[in-house]
Write a protein that binds this ligand. Structure first.
Ligand SMILES: Cc1ncc(COP(=O)(O)O)c(C=O)c1O
Length: 397
């Protein structure tokens, strides 16, 4: 007689067992029905000289430095000198003298005692929150914080209180509301999707009153806000305060790739010793380090660039009736995903690439066009943009 236990294993007719990823197709269908499918679309480049996009308002290259010969040249020199990759984690073989130069330049630019460079802004955020807070600690996080901060909060295993956007009273109440060993208040300075500025002075007052540390993600402010683009913390006089830590990305206004944490030397030392996303990650590639250094140097020689991009952003806001932006980001709320996609597609058809943000990137009901101003926009570009926005039905009357 056959062994039924063996038969049961061999003859399983459950389709799911044979195709355990079949559910992906159903979920993809559901996302398509809700207008939430995403597409990878190569942007125009040297191999596509006739690309239909004439004006790029979708990228985060706010100062137009990503393809600037000085910045590209800095990357090429570093690539030639140090090779294609970092070759290892920063603690093993992945630190070059260039990394140190970049850290010094970033700290000096943003007004902090020290900086530590990461392979991305994402890993920088993971590092700072997980290394400064853990079980028994409290992290108070703004409801509109970037996904990298949300993930950092989750990974920290601290108690996390998410407060309504820019609500200082709620932050103070969260700090007062429960016992904790150490606490962080985490916010972006210029918010990535809405483009508004956090109430940094008031948040710092609330944090200091309770002995908490203020952690500020300057991803969209570095190079755009403050004198010579030193960031929103420098603009509010908070850079370098002993209870303030900043994170930044090299992938937006500096036109390259990578991230950084800025703060007291003791913060840097602590991250080097304990931050998992620093220790267990290959260091930032030399070419990225070299181009970021060149971008900072270029910014130092052209301190007018941040003001130029902010002026262009205000012009874009004026065209669409969007609120006055704090930096380069202009947010044109549409509502549902489908009309937002339709408006973005129309813009593209008229030669203008715009961001189209939908849930889960932004809250349900707030799908939008995200227009990122650039310092190198010309009046002719703005005429093309005006035409495209009119065709998409989002030009202010
Ligand atoms: C506010 C904010 N923080 C962090 C990041 C992550 O930076 P990176 O792209 O360098 O990983 C981003 C990038 O989109 C961002 O918008």
């Amino acid at each position: 007689m056959a062994d039924t236990r063996t038969l049961a294993v061999v003859t399983v007719d459950d389709v799911e067992a044979a195709a355990p990823l079949a559910w992906l197709t159903d979920h993809a269908r559901a996302r398509a029905a809700a207008g939430l499918r995403r597409e990878l679309r190569p942007r125009g480049g040297p191999d596509k000289p006739g690309a239909s996009v004439l004006v790029d308002l979708a990228g985060n290259d706010y100062l137009g430095l990503g393809r600037h010969p000085a910045v590209v040249g800095g990357g090429i020199r570093a690539l030639r000198a140090w090779g294609a990759g970092a070759t290892g984690s920063r603690l093993m073989t992945g630190t070059t003298t260039l990394h140190g130069e970049l850290e010094n330049a970033l700290a000096a630019h943003a007004g902090f005692a020290s900086a530590l460079v990461f392979s991305s802004g994402y890993t920088a955020n993971l590092a700072v929150v997980t290394a400064l807070a853990g079980p028994g600690d409290l992290v108070v996080s703004d409801a509109l914080n970037h996904a990298s901060i949300v993930d950092a909060c989750r990974l920290s295993r601290a108690d996390v209180v998410v407060t309504p956007h820019a609500d200082v009273a709620a932050v103070a109440a969260a700090l007062a509301g429960r016992p904790w060993r150490r606490a962080l208040v985490v916010t972006e300075s210029v918010f990535s999707a809405d483009g508004d500025l956090a109430p940094l002075t008031e948040l710092h007052e609330a944090a200091r009153a309770h002995g908490a540390v203020l952690v500020v993600d300057e991803a969209h402010a570095l190079g755009v806000v403050g004198p010579a683009g030193r960031g929103a913390l420098a603009a509010t006089g908070l850079a370098g305060e002993p209870d303030v830590v900043a994170t930044a990305t090299l992938s937006k206004a500096l036109g390259g790739q990578g991230g950084a944490v800025l703060g007291e030397a003791a913060v840097r030392d602590h991250l080097i010793d304990t931050a998992r996303s620093f220790i267990f990650d290959t260091g930032l590639a030399p070419a990225n380090v070299g181009s970021a250094l060149a971008a900072l140097e270029f910014l130092g020689a052209h301190p007018e660039l941040p003001g130029t991009v902010r002026r262009r952003a205000r012009q874009l806001a004026g065209l669409t009736g969007a609120p006055d932006p704090a930096g380069a980001v202009v947010s044109v709320i549409i509502g549902d995903p489908e009309p937002a996609i339709a408006a973005a597609t129309t813009c593209r058809g008229h030669g203008v690439a715009v961001g189209c943000f939908r849930p889960p990137t932004v809250p349900v009901g707030t799908s939008r066009l995200r227009l990122a101003a650039r310092a190198d926009l010309t009046d002719a570009d703005l005429a093309i943009v005006t035409n495209a926005l009119a065709a998409a039905g989002v030009l202010a009357r």
